[in-house]
Design a protein around this ligand. Structure first.
Ligand code: SUG
Length: 416
């Protein structure tokens, strides 16, 4: 059995639009009302997956959810035709693309029963995301069906849970027993703290983690108030390395002491506020890179092009590479359409450490399968969506038809 990290990217759905639904997510608020380009967005996502494959990484996919979510609107006593525009926008969001919020994942080497545990995120803080979990759970149950996995339903909605975006795992290598860090929020100035500690604690229990190898750490109020609505906007971990902004955590000293004691060879790469202010970290998504170890063993950070365009960030990167620090290589990808809603490269993917042979192969991709995905997107995805047209019958028919074509092409019509 060969355990490795697989990145599952959410395919960007045909209803991708800018409705400004996420308070505390500065890009979402700033771009509210702009015209979106779903086709270009989804093709950018496919190109990011191609870049991962070219690095030798294992790649998977999750599918767009049915939009509009007619069942959710029915539960609210309305329809897409009759709903007021704000409610309609909540039913039309393509936010399931951000797979880092699909679930929290604890790989087999960390759990008492040796299974890889996944808990679907309830996403209860934002109305447009609160109805994602049903379709996500259906996909998790398909993709991770066998004995190697245990898939859990959502944490009861009393406690907000936003999945892997607030969870980091450190281990010598992916296949070794790791230390899992759960990051929760308490306060965020004017903005909501989306991850509750009670949800994180419940997940650690449900996943049967060894309490001595679990750390709960508070995200700093300053970071949330600056627009870091998830921890993965200010920190990312991979194997023995934690890469974080100086102001990411409420008590960084305690976190570092705990990690040093538990992770052999632990390395901490901190970006000081004096070199990259929080505002630049949030604007550029420096920490929302995918920090990965390709087969050549060179720790690589996959960054959005906005990082290259932010002077403080790009100079920090150049200095780090020149110093032969723990990050050895930087790759730049263009995911601008997702970034404009606050979703960077790391938001678009869920990391699962497992043997690819135990995953339903329909959820794994190679170049040829990405070619067929790209072909459906290029033919079926709307070119543009003006937020005022979200209730137009022709647009809705096009969006529903496009998703059905993709499911058919991937032999996943059962998910319809
Ligand atoms: O939850 N944006 C998402 C972005 C999620 C990014 N994920 C991670 N950081 N892991 C959010 O705020 C914008 C939707 C809109 O405004 O239409 C949105 O939901």
């Amino acid at each position: 059995m060969s355990i490795r990290e697989i990145n599952f990217d959410g395919i960007i759905g045909p209803s991708h639009n800018y409705a400004g639904l996420s308070l505390g997510n500065l890009a979402s608020t700033h771009n509210a009302g702009h015209v979106s380009q779903p086709r270009a967005a989804a093709l950018q996502g496919v190109d990011k997956m191609r870049a991962n494959l070219a690095l030798g990484l294992a790649q998977g996919i999750f599918l767009p959810h049915p939009r509009p979510d007619r069942a959710w609107l029915a539960a609210l006593g309305t329809t897409i035709e009759d709903a007021d525009p704000a409610l309609a926008a909540n039913a039309m969001s393509a936010s399931a693309m951000w797979a880092a919020n699909a679930a929290t994942v604890s790989p087999g080497p960390d759990t008492a029963d040796g299974k890889c545990h996944l808990t679907v995120a309830n996403l209860k803080t934002m109305p447009h995301r609160s109805h994602e979990w049903g379709s996500t759970l259906a996909q998790l149950e398909f993709a991770f069906r066998g004995d190697a996995f245990a898939v859990h339903g959502p944490i009861p909605p009393a406690f907000g849970d936003e999945g892997a975006a607030n969870h980091m795992r450190l281990a010598g290598t992916h296949g070794e027993t790791g230390v899992e860090v759960f990051v929760y929020g308490v306060a965020g100035g004017a903005f909501p703290a989306r991850q509750h500690i009670e949800a994180s604690k419940a997940i650690a229990r449900l996943h049967r983690l060894n309490p001595e190898r679990v750390i709960f750490v508070q995200q700093s109020e300053q970071a949330i108030a600056a627009g870091a609505f998830h921890n993965d906007v200010v920190a990312v971990a991979n194997e023995r390395v934690l890469f974080a902004h100086e102001q990411a955590f409420a008590d960084r000293e305690a976190l570092l002491i705990a990690l040093e004691a538990r992770v052999p060879g632990f390395e901490y790469v901190e970006v000081p506020a004096s070199e990259v202010p929080l505002a630049d970290a949030v604007r550029s998504y420096l920490f929302n890179g995918q920090l990965v170890t390709p087969p050549d063993g060179q720790p690589t950070l996959i960054l959005p092009s906005e990082a290259r365009e932010t002077a403080t960030v790009w100079s920090w990167i150049q200095r780090h590479l020149a110093s032969n620090g723990p990050i050895r290589r930087v790759e730049v990808v263009d995911v601008r359409e997702s970034m404009a809603n606050g979703g960077g490269p790391a938001c678009l993917r869920l990391r699962v450490v497992a043997d690819p042979a135990t995953v339903d192969p329909r959820f794994l991709v190679d170049e040829a399968k990405l070619d067929s995905v790209a072909e459906v997107i290029a033919r079926e995805w709307p070119e543009q969506i003006d937020h005022d047209d979200l209730q137009e019958p022709a647009l809705i028919a096009a969006i529903e038809g496009a998703r059905a074509k993709l499911l058919a092409a991937l032999d996943l019509a059962e998910l319809a």
